[in-house]
Design a protein around this ligand. Structure first.
Ligand code: NAD
Length: 310
């Protein structure tokens, strides 16, 4: 297949590129490198298996690369929940407007399929946990969550209006090497700067589900191969959860630090828009035939070990 991966130089995008190259696809990455890095796909660029178009989806010039493509993996986005309470316009442009531009490029060039990375944050503060895909009402509490829900709506409408097919994946917290953001990266950075103390945002009891990035990619590739509705929407996450203090303990252990003093900024959430408790139901994926083989604690430890050992 010939696939386009937007955001392919980023964290999950580069792992997606690894999987597509491994199965023999031709891949074009479109990324503005605002958060991604060519280091993440350097091997593929060198071997010529992947072509990078360094472009911003909000500008023109990249659309002609869609000619002849079989599928777009649309991962480019501004994923910063916290920042979205400070600069909502930035997330609205990079998420909603960029997605509409991707959909229009697909229309123009007759690209039939899109895979889209949505998020648990579309559910807001769900009262049903684990939260299934059919949960309502969908009332996101962050601008980021709202932008992703808007993208889902646009994708559905384009599929039904213009004969496309979509796979939409609502991810739990995805962790692994090359991640430039999130609690693990943040804590390791802080502890490298000061091994004696760690500031934890909120009360440390925020409890969420985490999944290793390779598991995540294997999961969505499985669903794409097996689900064939016009719009296919699935949660992807692990089947359990872990709290923030336990993550801090894991990191301290893996860094060989003892007696780290934790301080808490207080409150049940780390920042405006933070959902304190999140676990997604993966029953729909299981019914399709895929079950995550790693839990939250294992996914976190695997990531921490890989980052700490470099
Ligand atoms: P990331 O920041 O590593 O990747 C995003 C990539 O998109 C970066 O390489 C960035 O340079 C690129 N990009 C951003 N805006 C762009 C634009 N306007 N034009 C071109 N390129 C642009 O983030 P990630 O964690 O790999 O997330 C990938 C996708 O998965 C995002 O859509 C994110 O919302 C979604 N997601 C991630 C998680 C998670 O836990 N990491 C959870 C739920 C959903």
């Amino acid at each position: 297949m010939f696939c386009i991966v937007t955001g392919g130089a980023g964290f999950i995008g580069s792992h997606t590129v690894d999987a597509l190259v491994a199965r023999g696809d031709d891949v074009v990455v479109i990324d503005n490198l605002s958060a991604g890095s060519t280091d993440n796909i350097a091997g593929h660029l060198k071997s010529g298996r992947v072509r990078l178009i360094q472009a911003d989806l909000l500008d023109d010039g990249w659309q002609s690369a869609f000619a002849g493509a079989d599928r777009v993996y649309h991962l480019a986005a501004d994923p910063d929940v916290r920042q979205s309470a400070q600069t909502p316009g930035v997330q609205i442009r990079n998420n909603i407007v960029a997605t509409q531009r991707v959909l229009d490029a697909m229309r123009e060039h007759g690209v039939p399929e899109i895979m889209f990375t949505s998020t648990s944050t579309v559910y807001g503060e769900a009262t049903v946990i684990p939260t299934p895909e059919g949960y309502t009402p969908l009332h996101p509490i962050s601008v980021y969550g709202a932008t992703k829900l808007s993208c889902e709506a646009l994708i559905s409408a384009y599929c039904h209006s213009f004969g496309m097919r979509a796979w939409v994946f609502r991810f739990a917290n995805i962790v692994g090497e090359r991640s430039g953001h999130g609690v693990i990266t943040d804590f390791i950075g802080k502890l490298r700067a000061n091994p004696q103390e760690l500031e934890i945002l909120g009360d440390g009891r925020q409890t969420k589900s985490y999944l290793d990035v390779r598991e995540c990619v294997a999961g969505f590739e499985y669903a794409i191969a097996h689900a064939k509705e016009t719009v296919n929407t699935f949660n992807i996450g692990s089947e359990d959860w872990i709290d923030v203090v336990s993550i801090a303990d894991t990191i301290a252990e893996e860094m060989d630090l003892s007696d780290v003093k934790y301080s808490f900024t207080g409150g049940e959430r780390g920042w405006v828009g933070d959902v304190p408790r999140m676990q997604l139901s993966v029953e729909a994926m299981k019914a399709l035939g895929w079950t995550p083989s790693l839990g939250s604690a294992e996914s976190v430890r695997k990531t921490v070990r890989a980052i700490v050992q470099g």
